[in-house]
Write a protein that binds this ligand. Structure first.
Ligand SMILES: *Cc1c(COP(=O)(O)O)cnc(C)c1O
Length: 373
Protein backbone atom coordinates (compact mmCIF):
# COMPACT_ATOMS: atom_id res chain seq x y z
CA UNK A 1 0.00 0.00 0.00
CA UNK A 2 1.40 3.38 -0.94
CA UNK A 3 2.18 5.96 1.71
CA UNK A 4 0.34 8.47 -0.41
CA UNK A 5 -1.17 8.57 -3.84
CA UNK A 6 -2.86 10.92 -6.26
CA UNK A 7 -5.86 9.21 -7.83
CA UNK A 8 -6.43 10.41 -11.36
CA UNK A 9 -9.94 9.82 -12.66
CA UNK A 10 -9.43 9.69 -16.41
CA UNK A 11 -13.16 9.07 -16.88
CA UNK A 12 -13.82 12.45 -15.29
CA UNK A 13 -11.22 14.04 -17.57
CA UNK A 14 -13.01 12.59 -20.56
CA UNK A 15 -16.37 13.92 -19.38
CA UNK A 16 -14.92 17.39 -18.80
CA UNK A 17 -13.31 17.56 -22.24
CA UNK A 18 -16.53 16.43 -23.92
CA UNK A 19 -18.69 18.87 -21.95
CA UNK A 20 -16.49 21.83 -22.74
CA UNK A 21 -16.00 21.00 -26.41
CA UNK A 22 -19.76 20.56 -26.82
CA UNK A 23 -20.09 24.31 -26.16
CA UNK A 24 -17.86 25.48 -29.00
CA UNK A 25 -17.32 24.97 -32.71
CA UNK A 26 -13.58 25.41 -32.24
CA UNK A 27 -11.26 22.43 -32.04
CA UNK A 28 -9.74 21.60 -28.66
CA UNK A 29 -6.12 21.68 -27.58
CA UNK A 30 -5.44 19.84 -24.33
CA UNK A 31 -2.84 21.71 -22.29
CA UNK A 32 -0.61 19.08 -20.68
CA UNK A 33 2.35 21.16 -19.56
CA UNK A 34 3.91 20.58 -16.15
CA UNK A 35 3.12 16.86 -16.14
CA UNK A 36 -0.47 17.68 -17.09
CA UNK A 37 -0.85 20.06 -14.13
CA UNK A 38 0.49 17.29 -11.90
CA UNK A 39 -1.97 14.70 -13.21
CA UNK A 40 0.45 12.64 -15.35
CA UNK A 41 1.53 13.75 -18.84
CA UNK A 42 1.13 10.67 -21.01
CA UNK A 43 -2.11 9.11 -19.68
CA UNK A 44 -3.82 12.50 -19.59
CA UNK A 45 -2.70 13.42 -23.11
CA UNK A 46 -3.87 10.11 -24.55
CA UNK A 47 -7.23 10.27 -22.81
CA UNK A 48 -7.85 13.89 -23.78
CA UNK A 49 -7.29 12.94 -27.43
CA UNK A 50 -9.68 10.03 -27.05
CA UNK A 51 -12.24 12.43 -25.56
CA UNK A 52 -12.14 14.66 -28.61
CA UNK A 53 -9.24 17.06 -28.23
CA UNK A 54 -7.33 17.19 -31.50
CA UNK A 55 -4.23 19.07 -30.38
CA UNK A 56 -1.85 18.93 -27.42
CA UNK A 57 0.02 21.85 -25.93
CA UNK A 58 3.10 21.83 -23.74
CA UNK A 59 5.33 24.52 -22.37
CA UNK A 60 8.61 22.65 -22.87
CA UNK A 61 9.95 20.87 -25.89
CA UNK A 62 11.00 17.95 -23.67
CA UNK A 63 7.37 17.40 -22.74
CA UNK A 64 6.36 17.36 -26.40
CA UNK A 65 9.17 14.95 -27.30
CA UNK A 66 8.14 12.63 -24.47
CA UNK A 67 4.68 12.46 -26.01
CA UNK A 68 6.13 11.64 -29.43
CA UNK A 69 8.30 8.91 -27.90
CA UNK A 70 5.14 7.46 -26.37
CA UNK A 71 3.63 7.15 -29.82
CA UNK A 72 1.39 10.21 -29.78
CA UNK A 73 0.90 11.38 -33.39
CA UNK A 74 -1.55 14.26 -32.86
CA UNK A 75 -0.27 17.79 -33.52
CA UNK A 76 1.62 19.18 -30.54
CA UNK A 77 2.71 22.73 -29.95
CA UNK A 78 5.51 23.60 -27.51
CA UNK A 79 5.36 27.28 -26.64
CA UNK A 80 8.19 27.90 -24.21
CA UNK A 81 11.33 26.89 -26.05
CA UNK A 82 14.49 28.74 -25.01
CA UNK A 83 16.58 30.12 -27.82
CA UNK A 84 19.17 27.32 -27.50
CA UNK A 85 16.66 24.49 -27.55
CA UNK A 86 16.96 21.37 -29.69
CA UNK A 87 15.03 22.76 -32.65
CA UNK A 88 16.38 20.09 -35.02
CA UNK A 89 14.83 17.51 -32.71
CA UNK A 90 11.58 19.44 -32.64
CA UNK A 91 11.33 19.78 -36.42
CA UNK A 92 12.32 16.16 -37.00
CA UNK A 93 9.61 15.04 -34.57
CA UNK A 94 6.94 17.29 -36.11
CA UNK A 95 6.55 19.46 -33.04
CA UNK A 96 4.96 22.83 -33.77
CA UNK A 97 6.88 25.74 -32.29
CA UNK A 98 5.76 29.11 -31.01
CA UNK A 99 7.65 32.09 -32.42
CA UNK A 100 7.68 34.93 -29.90
CA UNK A 101 10.54 36.93 -31.42
CA UNK A 102 12.74 37.52 -34.45
CA UNK A 103 15.58 35.81 -32.60
CA UNK A 104 13.52 32.64 -32.27
CA UNK A 105 12.45 32.84 -35.90
CA UNK A 106 16.06 33.07 -36.95
CA UNK A 107 17.38 30.06 -35.03
CA UNK A 108 14.35 27.92 -35.83
CA UNK A 109 14.46 28.68 -39.54
CA UNK A 110 18.20 28.00 -39.52
CA UNK A 111 17.56 24.59 -37.99
CA UNK A 112 14.92 23.94 -40.66
CA UNK A 113 17.32 24.96 -43.41
CA UNK A 114 19.91 22.55 -42.08
CA UNK A 115 17.42 19.72 -42.09
CA UNK A 116 15.86 20.63 -45.43
CA UNK A 117 12.45 20.39 -43.75
CA UNK A 118 10.19 23.37 -43.02
CA UNK A 119 9.45 24.15 -39.37
CA UNK A 120 5.78 24.31 -38.38
CA UNK A 121 5.34 27.51 -36.45
CA UNK A 122 2.72 29.58 -34.64
CA UNK A 123 3.53 33.29 -34.53
CA UNK A 124 2.93 34.55 -31.00
CA UNK A 125 1.73 38.10 -30.58
CA UNK A 126 1.66 40.06 -27.33
CA UNK A 127 -1.83 41.56 -27.15
CA UNK A 128 -1.42 43.18 -23.75
CA UNK A 129 -0.11 40.71 -21.21
CA UNK A 130 3.50 41.87 -21.69
CA UNK A 131 4.75 38.33 -21.18
CA UNK A 132 5.20 36.07 -24.22
CA UNK A 133 4.97 37.11 -27.83
CA UNK A 134 6.11 39.86 -30.12
CA UNK A 135 5.04 43.43 -29.41
CA UNK A 136 6.98 46.14 -31.25
CA UNK A 137 8.62 43.45 -33.38
CA UNK A 138 5.33 42.16 -34.75
CA UNK A 139 5.52 43.81 -38.14
CA UNK A 140 9.13 42.80 -38.70
CA UNK A 141 8.32 39.31 -37.51
CA UNK A 142 5.52 39.01 -40.05
CA UNK A 143 7.72 40.38 -42.81
CA UNK A 144 10.54 37.91 -42.06
CA UNK A 145 8.12 35.04 -41.63
CA UNK A 146 6.53 35.80 -44.97
CA UNK A 147 9.92 35.63 -46.68
CA UNK A 148 10.79 32.36 -44.95
CA UNK A 149 7.47 30.88 -46.02
CA UNK A 150 8.24 31.67 -49.65
CA UNK A 151 11.66 30.03 -49.19
CA UNK A 152 9.89 26.94 -47.76
CA UNK A 153 11.82 27.18 -44.52
CA UNK A 154 8.76 27.53 -42.34
CA UNK A 155 5.05 26.90 -42.53
CA UNK A 156 2.94 29.32 -40.52
CA UNK A 157 0.30 27.04 -39.05
CA UNK A 158 -1.09 29.50 -36.54
CA UNK A 159 -1.16 32.92 -34.98
CA UNK A 160 -1.89 33.06 -31.29
CA UNK A 161 -1.88 35.09 -28.11
CA UNK A 162 -2.83 34.72 -24.46
CA UNK A 163 -5.30 36.51 -22.17
CA UNK A 164 -4.11 38.12 -18.96
CA UNK A 165 -7.52 38.52 -17.34
CA UNK A 166 -9.86 35.98 -18.90
CA UNK A 167 -10.77 34.82 -15.39
CA UNK A 168 -12.45 38.20 -14.91
CA UNK A 169 -15.24 37.77 -17.46
CA UNK A 170 -16.62 41.07 -18.61
CA UNK A 171 -13.44 42.97 -17.83
CA UNK A 172 -12.81 45.47 -20.63
CA UNK A 173 -9.18 44.37 -20.90
CA UNK A 174 -10.42 41.15 -22.50
CA UNK A 175 -12.13 43.15 -25.27
CA UNK A 176 -8.98 45.19 -25.69
CA UNK A 177 -6.84 42.08 -26.12
CA UNK A 178 -9.36 40.58 -28.53
CA UNK A 179 -9.36 43.75 -30.67
CA UNK A 180 -5.56 43.82 -30.61
CA UNK A 181 -5.44 40.21 -31.69
CA UNK A 182 -7.72 40.82 -34.65
CA UNK A 183 -5.70 43.86 -35.69
CA UNK A 184 -2.41 41.96 -35.47
CA UNK A 185 -3.86 39.09 -37.49
CA UNK A 186 -4.91 41.60 -40.18
CA UNK A 187 -1.37 42.94 -40.27
CA UNK A 188 -0.03 39.45 -40.74
CA UNK A 189 -2.48 38.90 -43.59
CA UNK A 190 -1.25 42.08 -45.24
CA UNK A 191 2.14 40.33 -45.43
CA UNK A 192 0.50 37.34 -47.08
CA UNK A 193 0.49 35.24 -43.95
CA UNK A 194 -2.75 33.34 -43.80
CA UNK A 195 -2.57 30.59 -41.20
CA UNK A 196 -5.35 28.06 -40.85
CA UNK A 197 -5.45 28.24 -37.06
CA UNK A 198 -5.99 31.28 -34.89
CA UNK A 199 -6.02 30.61 -31.16
CA UNK A 200 -6.43 32.86 -28.18
CA UNK A 201 -8.63 31.25 -25.50
CA UNK A 202 -7.58 29.51 -22.32
CA UNK A 203 -10.18 27.76 -20.12
CA UNK A 204 -11.72 30.91 -18.71
CA UNK A 205 -12.21 32.50 -22.13
CA UNK A 206 -13.50 29.22 -23.52
CA UNK A 207 -16.12 29.04 -20.77
CA UNK A 208 -17.19 32.67 -20.86
CA UNK A 209 -16.31 34.40 -24.11
CA UNK A 210 -17.34 32.65 -27.36
CA UNK A 211 -16.14 35.60 -29.46
CA UNK A 212 -12.60 34.66 -28.55
CA UNK A 213 -12.71 31.00 -29.55
CA UNK A 214 -11.51 31.32 -33.18
CA UNK A 215 -10.32 27.95 -34.55
CA UNK A 216 -8.85 26.29 -31.48
CA UNK A 217 -9.36 26.63 -27.72
CA UNK A 218 -6.60 25.75 -25.27
CA UNK A 219 -8.02 23.84 -22.31
CA UNK A 220 -6.00 23.59 -19.14
CA UNK A 221 -7.49 23.85 -15.68
CA UNK A 222 -11.10 23.24 -16.80
CA UNK A 223 -10.18 19.91 -18.34
CA UNK A 224 -8.86 18.87 -14.92
CA UNK A 225 -12.27 19.70 -13.51
CA UNK A 226 -11.25 22.86 -11.69
CA UNK A 227 -12.48 26.43 -12.00
CA UNK A 228 -10.18 29.12 -13.40
CA UNK A 229 -11.40 31.41 -10.62
CA UNK A 230 -13.96 30.35 -8.06
CA UNK A 231 -14.84 33.91 -7.04
CA UNK A 232 -15.52 35.23 -10.52
CA UNK A 233 -16.77 32.07 -12.19
CA UNK A 234 -17.95 29.71 -9.46
CA UNK A 235 -16.52 26.37 -8.45
CA UNK A 236 -16.30 23.03 -10.26
CA UNK A 237 -19.89 22.16 -9.43
CA UNK A 238 -21.21 25.46 -10.72
CA UNK A 239 -19.28 24.93 -13.96
CA UNK A 240 -20.48 21.34 -14.24
CA UNK A 241 -16.92 20.00 -14.13
CA UNK A 242 -15.64 16.98 -12.21
CA UNK A 243 -12.32 17.33 -10.36
CA UNK A 244 -9.95 14.75 -11.80
CA UNK A 245 -7.45 14.49 -8.95
CA UNK A 246 -8.05 13.11 -5.48
CA UNK A 247 -5.16 12.94 -3.06
CA UNK A 248 -4.84 10.59 -0.14
CA UNK A 249 -2.32 9.41 2.39
CA UNK A 250 -2.27 6.71 5.04
CA UNK A 251 -2.70 7.96 8.58
CA UNK A 252 0.71 7.39 10.14
CA UNK A 253 -0.16 7.78 13.78
CA UNK A 254 -3.16 8.51 15.99
CA UNK A 255 -2.65 9.69 19.53
CA UNK A 256 -4.26 11.36 22.49
CA UNK A 257 -2.82 14.64 23.73
CA UNK A 258 -3.86 16.84 26.60
CA UNK A 259 -5.30 20.33 26.34
CA UNK A 260 -2.63 23.01 26.05
CA UNK A 261 -0.18 20.93 23.98
CA UNK A 262 1.78 22.88 21.41
CA UNK A 263 1.85 21.24 18.01
CA UNK A 264 4.60 21.23 15.41
CA UNK A 265 7.60 23.47 14.68
CA UNK A 266 7.44 26.82 16.36
CA UNK A 267 4.54 25.72 18.54
CA UNK A 268 2.27 27.82 16.40
CA UNK A 269 -0.86 25.96 17.52
CA UNK A 270 -2.14 24.77 20.90
CA UNK A 271 -4.76 22.15 21.58
CA UNK A 272 -7.64 23.82 23.37
CA UNK A 273 -8.98 20.60 24.88
CA UNK A 274 -7.91 17.01 25.41
CA UNK A 275 -8.04 15.62 21.92
CA UNK A 276 -6.83 13.09 19.40
CA UNK A 277 -4.30 14.09 16.79
CA UNK A 278 -3.49 12.33 13.54
CA UNK A 279 -0.11 12.47 11.82
CA UNK A 280 -0.36 12.53 8.02
CA UNK A 281 2.87 11.53 6.23
CA UNK A 282 2.87 14.19 3.54
CA UNK A 283 4.57 17.53 3.68
CA UNK A 284 6.03 20.32 1.66
CA UNK A 285 8.41 17.84 -0.02
CA UNK A 286 5.24 16.42 -1.56
CA UNK A 287 3.90 19.84 -2.53
CA UNK A 288 1.73 20.45 0.52
CA UNK A 289 2.42 24.14 1.13
CA UNK A 290 4.05 24.92 4.48
CA UNK A 291 1.81 27.90 4.99
CA UNK A 292 -1.46 25.96 4.80
CA UNK A 293 -3.77 27.14 7.56
CA UNK A 294 -6.41 25.20 9.49
CA UNK A 295 -9.07 25.79 6.85
CA UNK A 296 -7.52 22.81 5.03
CA UNK A 297 -7.09 19.29 6.34
CA UNK A 298 -8.12 15.73 5.61
CA UNK A 299 -11.29 13.70 5.36
CA UNK A 300 -10.85 10.65 7.59
CA UNK A 301 -13.17 8.46 9.60
CA UNK A 302 -16.10 10.12 7.81
CA UNK A 303 -15.32 13.57 9.00
CA UNK A 304 -13.09 16.52 8.29
CA UNK A 305 -10.02 16.89 10.44
CA UNK A 306 -8.34 20.31 10.12
CA UNK A 307 -4.60 20.93 10.05
CA UNK A 308 -3.14 21.92 13.40
CA UNK A 309 0.28 23.60 13.48
CA UNK A 310 2.75 24.04 10.66
CA UNK A 311 3.19 21.64 7.78
CA UNK A 312 6.68 20.03 7.93
CA UNK A 313 8.78 18.59 5.12
CA UNK A 314 7.27 15.11 5.17
CA UNK A 315 4.31 15.32 7.50
CA UNK A 316 1.62 17.41 9.09
CA UNK A 317 -0.73 17.00 12.01
CA UNK A 318 -4.52 17.13 11.98
CA UNK A 319 -6.96 17.44 14.85
CA UNK A 320 -9.16 14.37 14.73
CA UNK A 321 -11.23 15.19 17.80
CA UNK A 322 -11.73 13.08 20.90
CA UNK A 323 -14.42 10.83 19.53
CA UNK A 324 -12.77 10.19 16.16
CA UNK A 325 -12.84 6.63 14.88
CA UNK A 326 -9.83 7.23 12.60
CA UNK A 327 -7.04 4.68 12.92
CA UNK A 328 -3.46 4.38 11.75
CA UNK A 329 -3.24 2.88 8.30
CA UNK A 330 -6.51 4.12 6.96
CA UNK A 331 -6.79 6.56 4.10
CA UNK A 332 -7.00 10.23 4.85
CA UNK A 333 -8.13 12.27 1.85
CA UNK A 334 -6.46 15.62 1.43
CA UNK A 335 -8.48 16.25 -1.74
CA UNK A 336 -11.79 14.57 -2.49
CA UNK A 337 -12.71 11.24 -0.96
CA UNK A 338 -15.65 8.92 -0.71
CA UNK A 339 -18.93 10.79 -0.89
CA UNK A 340 -16.68 13.77 -1.49
CA UNK A 341 -17.78 16.19 1.15
CA UNK A 342 -14.09 16.46 1.75
CA UNK A 343 -11.57 19.18 1.04
CA UNK A 344 -11.08 20.45 -2.48
CA UNK A 345 -8.09 21.84 -4.34
CA UNK A 346 -9.96 25.16 -4.01
CA UNK A 347 -10.08 24.81 -0.21
CA UNK A 348 -6.33 24.10 -0.11
CA UNK A 349 -5.71 27.07 -2.38
CA UNK A 350 -7.60 29.34 -0.03
CA UNK A 351 -5.80 27.88 2.99
CA UNK A 352 -2.45 28.60 1.34
CA UNK A 353 -3.13 31.97 -0.26
CA UNK A 354 -2.79 30.60 -3.78
CA UNK A 355 -4.83 29.16 -6.64
CA UNK A 356 -6.00 25.61 -7.36
CA UNK A 357 -3.57 25.45 -10.33
CA UNK A 358 -0.61 25.65 -7.98
CA UNK A 359 -2.01 23.10 -5.53
CA UNK A 360 -2.41 20.29 -8.05
CA UNK A 361 0.64 21.14 -10.17
CA UNK A 362 3.04 21.06 -7.24
CA UNK A 363 2.10 17.62 -5.93
CA UNK A 364 5.56 16.08 -5.91
CA UNK A 365 7.04 13.39 -8.11
CA UNK A 366 7.41 11.05 -5.13
CA UNK A 367 3.63 10.79 -4.91
CA UNK A 368 2.58 8.05 -7.33
CA UNK A 369 -0.25 8.80 -9.73
CA UNK A 370 -2.83 6.03 -9.85
CA UNK A 371 -4.99 6.10 -12.96
CA UNK A 372 -8.54 4.86 -12.87
CA UNK A 373 -11.59 4.63 -15.13
C1 LIG B 1 -1.33 27.17 -19.37
C2 LIG B 1 -1.80 27.75 -20.63
C3 LIG B 1 -3.13 27.59 -21.05
C4 LIG B 1 -4.19 26.95 -20.21
O1 LIG B 1 -4.68 27.86 -19.27
P1 LIG B 1 -5.89 27.42 -18.31
O2 LIG B 1 -6.22 28.64 -17.57
O3 LIG B 1 -5.33 26.35 -17.42
O4 LIG B 1 -6.94 26.89 -19.19
C5 LIG B 1 -3.48 28.07 -22.30
N1 LIG B 1 -2.58 28.69 -23.08
C6 LIG B 1 -1.31 28.88 -22.70
C7 LIG B 1 -0.37 29.58 -23.61
C8 LIG B 1 -0.87 28.44 -21.46
O5 LIG B 1 0.39 28.63 -21.09
Amino acid sequence: MNRAEALIDLGALEVNVKRILATTRAAGLAVVKADAYGHGLVPVAKRALKAGASWLGTALLEEALTLRNEGVTAPIIAWLTPINDDFEGAITSNIDLAIPSLAHLEVISRAATGLGKPARVHLEVDTGMSRGGALREWNDLCKSASKLVSEKKIEVIGIWSHFARADEPGHTFNDEQLRNFEARVSEAKSFGINPSILHLSNSAATLTNPKSHFDLVRLGISMYGLSPDIEAMGDSKKLDLIPVMSLRSQVHLVKDVPAGSQVGYGGTALTIKDTKLGVIPMGYADGIPRNADSSAGVLVGNRKAPIIGRVSMDQFVVELGNDSIARAGEWAYLIGGEGSDGYTADAWAKACGTINYEIVTRIGARVPRIFKN
